[in-house]
Structures are given as C-alpha cells and as structure tokens.
Design a protein around this ligand. Sequence first.
Ligand code: URA
Length: 204
Amino acid sequence: AGLAEWRSAWDGSGDALPAAIAACTRCPLHRNATQAVPGEGPGDADLMIVGEQPGDLEDLGGKPLVGPAGQIFDEIAAIAGLDRQQAYVTNAVKHFKFVPRGKRRLHQRPDMSEIHHCRWWLDAEIARVKPKLILAMGATAAESLTGKRDGILSRRGGIERTISGLPVLITLHPAYLLRLRDPQAAAQGRALFQGDLEKAVALM
Ligand code: URA
C-alpha cells in the first residue's frame, strides 16, 4: 500500500502507526532484528529528534535512544534545558542492522536503500506529529531528511529544510561523543553538541 492509502486507512487514533511500523517488511533488515522500534513521544510535539537506527538495547527493549548513545544524549539534553519528554524521538531507520560477532551484535551503518525504504515511516511520523523543528543527529538522519549525507561536520549547527520545507537543525550523532578518547576533544565535542541542543531549544 502507498503512503496515501495508509493515511486514508488510518483512523487518526495514533495507534495504527507503531503497529504498521512493527509489521514492516519493506527492506531485509526486519529479518534479523528483534523488533522494529517506532518513534516515541507526544503526538503533537513541536520538536522531533531523529537518530540513525536502534542499537542493541533499543532492539531488545523496543524504545528509541535508551542505550549508551541515549544516555549521553539525555545527560547533555538536561544541561541544555531540552526536555526529552516533550519531544518526539525517533530514528531514520526502524530496525537494528548488525553483524553477529560471537555473543555481540556489531552495529552496521544502514545503506542508502535501507534509509530510502524507511523514509516512508519517517515521513508518516512527520505527517502525524507535524513538528515545528526537526533535529537531525548524524549523517543518516541528515541524509534521510535533507537528501544529503556528506559534510556533516561543516553542516552541524546549521538549519536546512526537508523537501516539504520543514526546518532541520543538523548536529552530530551522540554516539560520536562516546568514541572521543582524548579528554580535550571529548569536552569540546560535548560542548558543541550542547550548543546545538541549546539552539534547538531557543528555536522552539
Ligand atoms: N542510536 C540511534 O541513533 N538511535 C537509537 O535509538 C539508539 C542508538
């Protein structure tokens, strides 16, 4: 079914979208993932926050941004005065993509086709929530929302637009902060991320 058909079949109760996402087989990622992870938050949120895809813990728990990246996001959001409970939090891709390595499942970046297929659901979430501002965290979210993935470092902190004209504030993915080992680089990375979150708050 097309997006228009899905929209006309939807009764507006808000419960149909997570169920439709849960049943998605539009790309091969559903085969190995535990479950799809739909967005979470108020259906009328002014701010939508878009990450990359569920990680290991999100895949198991069914909720977005609850693992290590979510924790560092929560920590810095609190300092920046961004109330996550008031935002709609989702991902560009709804199923976890990984390769098994012993007992661990190693994250793999979603490819263009997977991002494109899942854009369907992100569009449906945007159509439902109608946010005033979208915060795109990382190259995958930027690609899905703006059609351009490159140059994220120089784009961060800037405001771009979706094809439908909604403002998109670009920032890096919080998982990036977890990889910064040098204390000075880590402090600077956190400060810049906090600045981007403060900008999102100021724009609301
Ligand atoms: N990284 C993301 O982008 N989203 C999640 O939900 C978890 C980790």
